[in-house]
Structures are given as C-alpha cells and as structure tokens.
Write a protein that binds this ligand. Structure first.
Ligand SMILES: Nc1nc2c(ncn2[C@@H]2O[C@H](COP(=O)(O)OP(=O)(O)O)[C@@H](O)[C@H]2O)c(=O)[nH]1
Ligand SMILES: [Mg+2]
Length: 306
C-alpha cells in the first residue's frame, strides 16, 4: 500500500492504517517525510491529561471518549502512561465500555512506550499527534503521568492540558506548586465521591488567588468529576471547549502551535546532543576522584578547550 492509500484508509477509519502511519513517523522510516507531508494541515483539539498515578486519568479519558463520541466526534488517544490503557489501566478494566470503543472505528487508542525513542519522547508523541490530526481525528487525547520533566514536555504538546488531582493523595497541591501549574489549563478534582474533595477544591482556589493575571489572560477553571461514574463530564467538556474558544479568539492558538513545535524540536535537539556528546568513562572517573571538576569536564565533553 502506498502512503497515500494508507492515509486515505486511515481517514476512512481503518485503524491498522493509522497504526502503520504512526509507526512510520515514530521509527523515522524512509516513508516518514511523505507521511508528514500527506497528513499536514490537520486540525484537532489536542487535550493533555496529566496527574499522579492512580488519580483516575484513564478512567476519565474513557468517560471523555464516550462524551465526544456522543457528539459524533472521532477521538484518538495516545497513552504515554506505563500503567494504561493496555497493561491493566482502568480503560481496560472497564471492559464493556472498552469493548464498545474497540469496535468503534471513530476511536483509536495507542500506548506509547516511555523508553527507546530516538528523537525523545516528546518528539515521538508530537509526531503521532500530527498523524492523528491529519487523518481526521477531531479530538486527540494525550494521557501522561505528570511527574517527570519529559511528561511535562509532552503535556505541553496539547492545546488544552487537564491536571487531575484527587482528595487524599497528598501530593496534589505540591504538584501544583512544583510548576505543573504552568501547564494546566483546567484543573480537575476527580474522585469527588471521596471525602476531602471540597478541601482540595478550596486549597486550589486559595493557591490560584495568589496568581496575578493580566486582563484577558486565561483563568483556569476547577472542575469536579467522578470519572468512574461519568459524573461532571459534561461540565468538563464545556470547560475544554471554552479554553479552545479562548485560544482561537486571540492569536493564542497559533502561538500555542508554535510553542508545541518548538518543544518538539527542543526535545529532538536534546536527544541528538546527548547522542553526539557522550561522556567518556575516564572523564566521569576523573570527576568522581576529584581530579577535575564538573564544569571543566562538561566543557571538555563539548570540545570547548578555552
Ligand atoms: N472512587 C472513585 N474511584 C475512581 C474514580 N476515578 C477513577 N477511580 C478509580 O481509581 C483507580 C485508578 O484509576 P486510573 O484511571 O487507572 O488512574 P490513572 O493511573 O490516573 O490512569 C481505579 O481503580 C479507578 O476505578 C472516581 O471518580 N471515584
Ligand atoms: Mg492511566
């Protein structure tokens, strides 16, 4: 099958064709540039879903898929979360709903391994997002575990990033303080059926009242959900739509897309620099032994003899 045939098949809902296109760009095969060219110009709502393990991301994604499918939208999901959805995460756990999605040509779900990407995880994920956009998915969801820098970078690929918190998880507000707050566009307090949800919302409000914003700047709403019972999903979908409208209103969307592309290039450059400037073992030993210092060693690695 030619790349053009694959793209046509993927647009018609053939998930194997979609998978082959993503694999091509992930692996950087000779077909990759043609794939990129043929899928360009797509326009999806790209939604990042991040938060600590167990907070309910996969369950929420499943509920969001159902809501958007009801509106007739095609939904693609990239799960950059080792715990989901194919290795025991809640999407798989919810067998009935997942079986529906599995037969539904309007849904495509793919796990992205967190290791072994030549161009860096963010670059790989960004390329996959563009394929899904290009073959006509109206919404692309990227689920990541919001802990490491790589995950934060991946979340930054999204137009709208949801940060999930849950009562009693302790780390919630800390995650907000630690800078994840900068990438969140919508806060979601999930597991609102559990005690302490009100307190989590209050803590968030208090924290946000400290942030100064310019007029016209986006104010992150706080949505409460019970993902496992599909409660609060309509309000969340509406909040995502509002953020999308806000982005589209100013020059925000174009700026966001540029930022996304810059983040992808940045990730690729980082990966290539790492590959190009390997740290010789002897040099590491010299630093470990105190024969030289880290800064000088780093300059040596970079070939900077000045
Ligand atoms: N009580 C309650 N449990 C939930 C809710 N949402 C998810 N869970 C459960 O929390 C656990 C972790 O959910 P999962 O979606 O896998 O979390 P993830 O690691 O963030 O993707 C599962 O047992 C879910 O059934 C909720 O709103 N309320
Ligand atoms: Mg998960």
């Amino acid at each position: 099958m030619s790349v053009a045939d694959l793209v046509a098949a993927a647009r018609a809902g053939d998930r194997r064709a979609t998978a082959r296109l993503i694999t091509a760009v992930e692996n950087g095969t000779p077909a990759a540039p043609e794939v990129a060219r043929l899928v360009k110009g797509g326009d999806s709502t790209v939604v990042g879903v991040t938060g600590s393990p167990g907070v309910g991301k996969s369950t929420l994604v499943s509920a969001l898929i159902a809501a958007w499918r009801e509106q007739g939208l095609r939904v693609g999901v990239l799960a950059v979360d080792p715990s989901s959805p194919f290795s025991g995460g809640a999407i798989l756990g919810d067998r009935v709903r997942m079986a529906d999605h599995a037969l539904d040509p309007g849904v495509y779900i793919r796990s992205i391994a967190t290791r072994g990407h030549l161009g860096g995880l963010a670059a790989t994920t960004g390329a996959a997002v563009r394929v899904l956009e290009g073959v006509g998915f109206d919404v692309v969801i990227v689920e990541t575990v919001g802990v490491g820098q790589a995950e934060v970078e991946i979340a930054a690929l999204a137009d709208t990033t949801l940060l999930l918190l849950a009562p009693g998880m302790g780390d919630g507000i800390q995650a907000v303080k630690a800078g994840v707050v900068e990438i969140a566009d919508v806060y979601v307090v999930n597991k609102a059926d559990r005690p302490g949800a009100d307190g989590t919302v209050r803590d968030l409000r208090a924290l946000m009242s400290l942030v100064r914003r310019e007029p016209g700047e986006w104010r992150q709403p706080i949505c409460t959900t019970v993902a496992s019972e599909a409660k609060g999903i309509d309000d969340l979908v509406a909040a995502i739509g509002k953020h999308r409208d806000w982005l589209a209103g100013g020059d925000h969307l174009a700026e966001q897309r540029r930022r996304r592309a810059a983040a992808e290039i940045r990730a690729r450059v980082d990966a290539e620099l790492r590959a190009r400037f390997a740290v010789p073992e002897a040099l590491a030993e010299a630093v470990a032994n105190g024969e030289t210092d880290v800064a000088s060693a780093a300059r040596r690695v970079l070939g900077d003899t000045a």
